[in-house]
Design a protein around this ligand. Structure first.
Ligand SMILES: NC(=O)c1ccc[n+]([C@@H]2O[C@H](COP(=O)([O-])OP(=O)(O)OC[C@H]3O[C@@H](n4cnc5c(N)ncnc54)[C@H](OP(=O)(O)O)[C@@H]3O)[C@@H](O)[C@H]2O)c1
Length: 330
């Protein structure tokens, strides 16, 4: 089938092409779309070159689905045009996530809510996706009351220009265009996305609100501190979860190791725990440092790592397309 990738020249778009190829999605033709400056450029898919086109040409070519990673404002403008032409859109931006008429999907958690009426489907924020994949089996078993999360997020989450800033600074070039308000190399920024009136950042409130929407449970309390660190392989999260009911640590490990898309790496005595350097390029969510919070009853500490460009974006979007294909929705 013909697949449009809108934002095909960007970090997430490039990863979407790789994931479609690796997972052998039945693609007959890739229709790459990017901004006007990239029209005519070539992108590679399975050893073949495809020419970047504008969105109008892409709609005329009638793809079976359009996977968007072109930023919020492009998505607000263009996704409805694809949808109106009957082309389902899976969107990686934040544009539609909290729209009550749109589904926010992590396949392991809530793909079964997608119907033929859903023409624009939102892919959640990267830091939220990896957290809810781990929360879901634990919520089903012990019922989550509250989550306290601190993130350690990769610069790849900001896009190409941020990766350029990190490596230019590392090479001693401070003249590079700054995406962040401060140096990122050898630094830590307690600041992701814009600050809101309540003192939190938009990224932090995405973790709060998107988690409730995906889990379908407004009673789950979430508080987040989101932090940018100078790494590229993936996002890491220290997650503290308080349950309604008590748990058994061995059972927690078993539940997580039996969960699709989750890999338990938890042997601290042998220095085995998840790290972004190992999650890079992988589709799974890695969890380790599984331990009881000894300061409070029914409370668990976890360390969760995933490649934000993969499960946090491209892989999750392609898995939504895979589900829709299986459910005869494409
Ligand atoms: N990076 C992550 O971890 C992550 C995770 C989840 C979601 N997302 C979301 O995914 C989106 C893309 O992120 P990214 O990191 O891939 O950014 P990026 O590397 O800056 O790439 C942006 C892409 O969008 C294209 N684009 C920009 N304006 C366009 C327009 N008007 N029409 C069509 N294409 C347009 C760009 O084309 P040109 O090359 O022609 O400029 C490029 O292909 C953002 O909404 C981001 O929030 C990112």
């Amino acid at each position: 089938m013909k697949i449009a990738v809108v934002g095909a020249t960007g970090l997430v778009g490039t990863e979407i092409l790789k994931v479609l190829a690796e997972r052998n999605f039945p693609v007959s033709e890739i229709i790459p779309v990017a901004s006007e400056k990239s029209i005519g450029k070539q992108v590679e898919f399975k050893g073949k070159q495809f020419t970047v086109v504008g969105y109008e040409d892409a709609i005329k070519m009638k793809p079976a689905v359009a996977i968007f990673s072109a930023g919020g404002s492009s998505s607000l403008a263009l996704a409805p045009l694809f949808a109106a032409a009957g082309i389902p859109v899976i969107d990686n931006s934040s544009a539609w996530r909290m729209d009550p008429t749109k589904k926010l999907i992590v396949p392991e958690v809530n793909a079964n809510t997608i119907t033929a009426e859903d023409k624009i489907i939102a892919n959640p924020n990267c830091s939220t996706i990896q957290m809810v994949v781990v929360m879901k089996p634990l919520h089903d078993k012990y019922k989550i009351k509250r989550v306290v999360v601190s993130t350690y997020q990769s610069v790849t989450g900001t896009g190409k220009a941020a990766v350029d800033q990190l490596f230019a600074e590392r090479a001693g070039d401070d003249s590079v265009a700054k995406v962040y308000p401060h140096k990122i190399d050898l630094n830590v920024l307690p600041h992701i996305d814009v600050f809101l009136d309540n003192g939190y950042t938009k990224e932090e409130m995405k973790m709060v609100n998107e988690t409730k929407k995906i889990m379908g449970d407004d009673s789950i309390a979430v508080t987040a501190t989101t932090v940018r660190i100078p790494t590229v392989g993936g996002h890491s999260e220290a997650v503290n979860i308080e349950f309604e009911n008590d748990f058994d640590l061995d059972e927690v490990r078993r539940l997580l190791s039996e969960t699709e898309g989750v890999i338990v790496q938890d042997d601290p005595k042998n220095f085995v725990y998840p790290m972004p350097i190992n999650s890079h390029g992988k589709d799974e969510v890695f969890v380790g440092r599984i331990r009881r919070d000894e300061s409070q009853k029914n409370t668990l500490n976890l360390w969760v790592v995933a490649d934000n460009l993969r499960k946090g974006a491209a892989t999750n979007a392609v898995q939504i397309a895979e589900y829709m294909l299986k459910a005869n929705l494409l």
